[in-house]
Write a protein that binds this ligand. Structure first.
Ligand SMILES: [Zn+2]
Length: 301
């Protein structure tokens, strides 16, 4: 599957299908209360999935609110249909339709449990934002894989992938092929703690944005690891080639300039990856006092 067809598939699943479904359930009259009941269950379980799971800065951030309003309106509209219908027995075709609705409701219900679990976290270490210039949005973050694909690797379970957002978009285009069309490209990254630099890699090439090309041999790409004086290590990854401004064994303070956001390593597009760990175990980070999950926004400070 090339990146074009992935974008089209994502648009279909995350934008076109929910808009069509929401509009259908809003406008299409239900003929019996079973249908009404199952629609309410379906819309209630699907809402958290469509609201939280897509990376909304890819499509257009305000769309998530439009879809949520459509679904909530659809739920309220079902109560109108409820008063106009009864518990009529319907034919086999209707039961097939209802079964499909309930099947999807169970599926969405299970995903919703994982979505809400992403907000639960152990006590977090509070740090300032590592980026200072603008509005940012998390594209991977939270405690569970529904909102944070890093969860498949234990040490990175609470890792964050961060991009910059302007007018609800993280790039000019849905998935443009050039690095400089992503707003976070070459943004300055700053240390979030006082500490000592223990590792620097700075020579790997930046890649062109793509969902199929990535460097799995050097997953972190150009990166910096700092042992923070708070007692854990912090890894910043995917820097622009040749941009890292610190050296191994440097003692640095909070706010020190580390380098520029790039697209090196196992990366599909320019972004900053950070995660904290201690003895190969993940350490939960809060930024400016907040636990961030996918689609959480924060201001650079
Ligand atoms: Zn990452």
């Amino acid at each position: 599957m090339n990146s074009h067809s992935i974008v089209i598939t994502a648009l279909l699943i995350y934008v076109i299908i929910p808009v069509l479904l929401g509009t259908y359930f809003l406008l299409r009259r239900a003929r019996d209360r079973w249908t009404v009941l199952f629609r309410i269950v379906f819309l209630t379980t699907a809402l958290p999935v469509f609201f939280y799971v897509p990376s909304w800065a890819m499509f257009w951030y305000p769309l998530r609110y439009i879809i949520a309003i459509l679904f909530i309106a659809g739920i309220f509209k079902q109560f109108v249909y409820w008063t106009r219908t009864g518990w009529y027995a319907q034919g086999i075709v209707h039961w097939f339709g209802k079964g499909t609705l309930i099947g999807f409701a169970i599926l969405f219900g299970l995903v919703s449990i994982d979505v809400f679990s992403a907000f639960n976290h152990p006590e977090c270490v509070d740090v300032p934002a590592p980026l200072h210039d603008g509005k940012y949005v998390v594209i991977q973050g939270g405690s569970t894989v529904a909102l944070n694909y890093h969860g498949f690797v234990e040490e990175q379970r609470f890792a964050l992938d961060i991009v910059k957002m302007k007018w609800g978009w993280r790039a000019s285009g849905i998935f443009p092929p050039e690095n400089d069309r992503y707003y976070v490209w070459e943004d300055s990254v700053f240390s979030v703690c006082n500490g000592t630099v223990i590792k620097v890699v700075d020579s790997l090439p930046d890649q062109n944005p793509s969902l199929t090309r990535f460097d799995s041999i050097n997953p972190a790409g150009n990166h910096v690891i700092v042992t923070c004086d708070k007692g854990f290590n912090l890894l910043y990854a995917h820097f622009r080639q040749g941009s890292i401004a610190v050296k191994e064994n440097d003692t640095i303070s909070k706010g020190a300039f580390l380098g520029l956001v790039g697209n090196s390593g196992n990366s599909t597009e320019p972004h900053l990856h950070i995660h904290a760990y201690k003895d190969s175990k993940p350490v939960a980070l809060c930024i400016d006092g907040r636990w961030l999950v996918r689609n959480s926004r924060f201001e650079g400070n």
